[in-house]
Design a protein around this ligand. Structure first.
Ligand code: UDP
Ligand code: UDP
Length: 300
């Protein structure tokens, strides 16, 4: 998402400093921007302080795929919590407006469906997903406390499952897994019985929503849900991917990871009202573009 955001901001005439530690990000995704005089790349980890002069900050830092955020869970929490403190400190000193990429994971395994921003969620504080969920929840707390205590101008988005070209083939999330498996004719790995649901938003739609929220009038803090309302079971997703790739892959069923949310779907009434935003790319359309991308990679 970061690379798309950089592109969008450059198109809008902004000067961009892109900060990445390249744990999950890839240089290939921003290689085409390196020659742009308004684009600057810093290899840096947000768990350390950062002194730059800026007027807007988008904090997207944190691995988001369960496979990656569970690889070093202590570092994941540090990235969200220390990262938020450092970016909020930077915002406070420079008086910059700051955007936080929060997540639908703050709702945990939700008992309210679809999820409105007013729902406080059902999150396990000590499970294997907690480093991500609780890290992001604590980051939200920090954002609202810096806002109340230091008048920092904050914008908090809760981002639901997002996909698109430039995902890593071994990202580990369901859309890229299924597409790569289907293209290689390997078995499609369904975790659990495949009846759990997710709502998938195409990356271009998401970026549009993020930039709109960032540029709302002061006082609109969020949290605001950003996501696509189309809700699908993992079996439905597998069926679509198999059909769109003309694949002969078969389904195999693997154990459901602990604390895997049963259902997820955003209530986006607030985003519609405050940002005049709603997604326009359907799952089929978005999958086609993502499949095309993976077909073009030599290693898939
Ligand atoms: N910070 C930063 N860049 C800045 C200003 C602050 O990275 O331009 C970091 C710094 O490491 C600090 C943190 O942000 O620890 C929080 O800053 P704040 O001003 O809230 O706290 P303090 O410096 O008073 O501990
Ligand atoms: N999933 C699956 N097969 C895979 C990868 C994921 O069935 O190869 C399931 C996973 O158990 C979850 C859903 O797909 O129920 C979405 O998983 P993902 O890791 O993409 O995102 P998240 O769980 O963070 O929403």
């Amino acid at each position: 998402m970061g690379s798309y955001l950089c592109e969008k901001l450059l198109q809008n005439g902004e000067d961009v400093i892109c900060v990445d530690n390249f744990f999950t990000g890839r240089k290939e995704n921003i290689a085409h921007l390196l020659g742009n005089p308004y684009f600057e790349l810093l290899r840096h980890d947000v768990t350390f302080s950062l002194y730059v002069e800026v007027d807007q900050i988008y904090n997207l830092a944190c691995p988001a795929s369960p496979v990656h955020y569970q690889f070093d869970p202590v570092q994941t929490t540090k990235t969200s919590v220390h990262g938020a403190i450092n970016m909020l400190g930077l915002a406070k000193r420079t008086k910059a407006r700051i955007f936080q990429a929060s997540t639908s994971e703050v709702y945990g395994d939700p008992q309210v469906h679809p999820q409105p921003e007013s729902y406080w969620g059902k999150v396990n504080p000590i499970g294997i997903r907690s480093c991500y969920d609780e890290g992001k929840r604590c980051a939200e707390t920090l954002f609202f406390d810096y806002h109340r205590q230091h008048a920092v101008d904050i914008k908090v988005a809760r981002i639901f499952n997002t996909y698109g070209p430039r995902m890593h083939p071994s990202d580990g999330r369901v859309v890229s897994n299924f597409i790569v498996q289907a293209l290689q004719g390997r078995d499609i790995t369904i975790y659990g019985d495949g009846s759990q649901t997710r709502s998938f938003c195409y990356v271009d739609d998401l970026i549009e929503g993020m930039v709109r929220l960032m540029n709302t009038e002061e006082g609109i803090t969020g949290p605001i849900n950003l996501g696509n309302c189309g809700e699908f079971t993992m079996l439905e997703l597998a069926e679509k991917v198999i059909r769109l790739t003309n694949s002969s892959s078969k389904l195999v069923f693997k154990p459901l990871p602990p604390d895997d949310p049963r259902q997820r779907c955003p209530d986006i009434a607030l985003a519609k009202e405050k940002l005049a935003w709603q997604p326009s790319v359907s799952l089929e359309e978005g999958l086609k573009k993502t499949i095309e991308y993976f077909e073009g990679l030599s290693d898939t």
